[in-house]
Design a protein around this ligand. Structure first.
Ligand code: ATP
Length: 432
């Protein structure tokens, strides 16, 4: 019998398969043999917090992309009301634009065909777009942030400064003044203001150096894009922020992008949710298409954005979405190699966990915290007994049904961009 994870018994009766996507097949163990049997679907009708865990190379980025491919190929009426946004921190999801000929044989066994995701859209930071064009990467659009949208503490955390240091306190005071005196301002405006301040020259110069460096990130413009520019309905919007890796403190900049955009999406969805509710109450109103789509946000290597031992520029927004995101209709998908390093809210609030193999003790401990609700067995023992040692094999823990399934994630229809590069350069899938 088919399984739909993340769906209540009531909803199973009401909606049947509608509003669910195919994500893989269940492993069934008979005596000593394990074989693939029932189809596993994922409920996409309701918002969820989904954690994908697994040590390096077990398939967590693959799984994340496989789920988003299935979202991209939903029926049109669902697709029109949906928008996916992947914060591509490692620069590996843009290959969705190409068919996965490499796994054509495996796909055929699953009754699937290599397919490009035509409704995927790649956005890159405005000031870095030439770098992407130089290597012929397909780009659909650019994005930037407006400097006046950042609070003092967001600047401080992006500069990787200790929030209680003297420099940080100055920066927070400066930004407060900028916000009081201006509606919109640029980084140059901030620097001009600092230059006129009557403070110690050493401090003044170091603050200016920080803002000068922010100017070189290629991230800011006085336009700044709206969330509607970023969230094209019916599309998987991929924000490639991987090139910030090359800048010192790169993760702080990536987290700034994640934090600011996630915060804006949260507030806009909150507003539009009220309007949608009114649309439902007034029966004369049309309920077909939402003005602002329901959003699925995804972050790979999420332990870097929302760790358990420090605060990043993304922490506050992500915690807010984790705790309150369901009401406005935001689903968050977090993938990590190190669940043991993630903020405890992720562990306690996830309603769907997809776990590939993990071995580090700290990671096993945090997954066992979730596992306690499902089984008396530890997760590694359960995995060893029920899961073949195969890439893409995972346990899926479903809070709605309080059940665990051993499963194989479906192969990707679009090209996987996260594979390790090999010294031998051959197209083995073409026998070349
Ligand atoms: N469901 C799957 N079906 C078939 N092959 C898979 C599946 N999942 C993963 N693989 C294979 O495993 C490889 C590693 O997967 P992936 O790149 O997602 O690892 P990862 O866990 O994200 O690793 P990293 O931490 O290095 O990013 C892929 O290149 C692919 O060949």
């Amino acid at each position: 019998m088919d399984i739909i994870v993340g769906r209540s018994i009531d909803d199973l009766e009401k909606y049947k398969y509608s509003g669910s996507i195919f994500i893989g097949k269940q492993y069934i163990k008979m005596e000593n043999a394990t074989s693939l049997s029932n189809n596993i679907y994922l409920d996409v009708n309701n918002p969820h917090l989904i954690l994908i865990a697994g040590k390096r190379g077990q398939g967590k980025s693959y799984t994340l992309a496989s789920i988003f491919e299935s979202l991209a190929t939903m029926e049109e009426d669902l697709l029109n009301n949906f928008s996916g946004l992947i914060f591509d921190t490692m620069g590996i999801f843009w290959t969705m634009k190409f068919p996965n000929y490499r796994d054509a044989e495996a796909l055929e066994r699953w009754g699937l065909k290599p397919q490009a995701i035509k409704n995927s859209r790649i956005l890159v930071p405005e000031g870095l777009s030439d770098k992407y064009r130089d290597i012929d990467m397909p780009i659909d659009d650019r994005f930037s942030l407006n400097p006046s949208d950042l609070s003092g503490i967001e600047w401080v955390l992006s500069f990787n400064l200790d929030p209680s240091s003297q420099l940080s306190l100055y920066i927070q005071r400066i930004i407060k003044k900028m916000q009081e005196n201006n509606n919109r301002y640029t980084i140059e405006d901030i620097i001009n203001y600092i230059e006129k301040l009557n403070i110690d020259n050493r401090i003044k110069n170091s603050i200016i150096t920080y803002f000068d460096s922010a100017n070189s990130w290629g991230l800011f413009s006085d336009k700044g894009y709206t969330t509607k520019d970023l969230l094209k309905p019916g599309y998987i919007n991929i924000l490639d922020i991987s090139l910030f890796t090359a800048i010192t403190g790169g993760w702080s900049i990536k987290n700034l992008v994640i934090g600011l955009i996630a915060k804006k999406i949260f507030y806009e969805r909150l507003l539009y949710r009220k309007k949608e509710e009114l649309d439902e109450i007034y029966i004369s109103r049309d309920m077909n298409n939402r003005e602002f789509p329901l959003v699925w946000l995804a972050i790979d290597e999420a332990h870097e954005s929302i760790p358990n031992d420090s605060i990043t520029p993304a922490t506050e927004s992500l915690i807010q979405i984790i705790r309150e995101g369901r009401q406005p209709g935001i689903t968050l998908v977090l993938a990590t190699q190190q669940p043991g390093k993630m903020h405890t809210d992720v562990i306690t609030q996830s309603d769907i966990v997809i776990s590939h193999r993990v071995t580090a003790e700290r990671d096993l401990n945090s997954l066992n915290e979730i596992m306690k609700n499902f089984s008396a067995q530890d997760i590694d023992i359960y995995m060893n007994e029920n899961l073949p040692k195969k890439k893409g094999a995972a346990l899926i823990l479903d809070d709605k049904s309080e059940k665990i399934y051993a499963m194989q994630i479906k192969p990707r229809i679009s090209w996987h961009g996260g594979a390790d590069p090999t010294l031998i350069r051959k197209r083995l899938w073409l026998n070349q």
